[in-house]
Design a protein around this ligand. Sequence first.
Ligand code: PLP
Length: 403
Amino acid sequence: MTRAINFGAGPSALPLSVLEEAAQGLLNFKGTGIGIAEISHRSAEFGDFLTNLENLIRTQLNVPPTHSILFTQGGGCGQFSATVLNLLARHRLLHPELADEERTLDYVITGSWSKKAAEEARRLGGAKVNVAVDARPYSKDAKSFDNIPPHNAYTFSPDPALIYYCENETVDGVQFSNEDGAPTSFPFELLPPNTLQPIVADYSSSFMSRPIPRLADHAVIYAGAQKNIGPAGLTILIVRQDCIVDVDAAAKLGAVPVPLTMSYKTLADAKSLYNTPSVFSIYIAGLVLQRMKDQGGMPHYEEVNKRKAEKLYAVIKEGEEKGVFQAKVKEGAGRSWMNVVFDVLGEGALSKFISGAEAKGLKALKGHRSVGGVRASLYNAISEDQADQLIAYMKEYLAASTV
Ligand code: PLP
């Protein structure tokens, strides 16, 4: 069987060895004689699997005991709402005397997803939305998401209920750098030195691709599984325990009521089994994370993911010098390791580039409809050799375009 190399942004590629193992699990999960899509989520075998999945995340990301790991559904968009509702409930319990218009939610807008998250917060009400920074005025054309703004651009509220950022903007290809890329990292140092800041990070498209800087300083980190670690349907949360609050007590004080399936306390109290979880997605995520651990965990993936992205940006740069390619995100200002977006210059060049790639089995490279161009997603399941095949094709394309 020939499999294409899938550079899609999500749902995205999964490792072949995991899919082969999962095919067996669909027939017979852990020797029970019952397939994974058929077994009770309350069975001992599934319970052990879920506990192990939590451990695989906790140990590989060094999640401290102050933070709970929860599993839910509803994806990133579900968390656009859930983070607001849970943290507004927390704020209400901390400051019952404040009126809604005296509460603020701070949003850092660096791309399409954080913009959507802020829109949902506005829609839900219960507080004012303060845009702590919008990256667009700092872009090449003053209207695109192509950068992480400089630290002097941010204005945070004095005591917000939530401070929100999206670590990796999947559509635009903008990512906050690791600590070593200090000028473009999330500006933790601009916040008052309170260890219980309500910082929320959307890690949907970069979760488990490299270590999470200052993980312990976050209130909530969340990610849908469907980029780096599994099929769609599973949403992973890392929640600091002071943010797991009694939402009904907050509602009695006037907070927006929180649906039980969205309440972090419901999830925590029920050990993520309040309602039927996405068992199959959890199963694949467990297999993927075990494989990651066996291969060397975060240090290994960080190194490989960095190298894949650097090589790809290098060939784009070669193409820029020859007027063939053009990176969309500014150099040195937060280029994503996960989603590399670029234009292919010239009349009809994009479709020629894409069809040439498809003929070589390099699939799903078309950019998001809102930004166009090419988007190569280099999630964990894309091996260095597969990334090299794309780079080799781009070099060929470049040579043919410049003769
Ligand atoms: N946040 C980011 C960064 C995403 O990439 C996506 C989806 O691609 C979402 C949120 C929305 O996630 P979902 O489709 O799982 O609701």
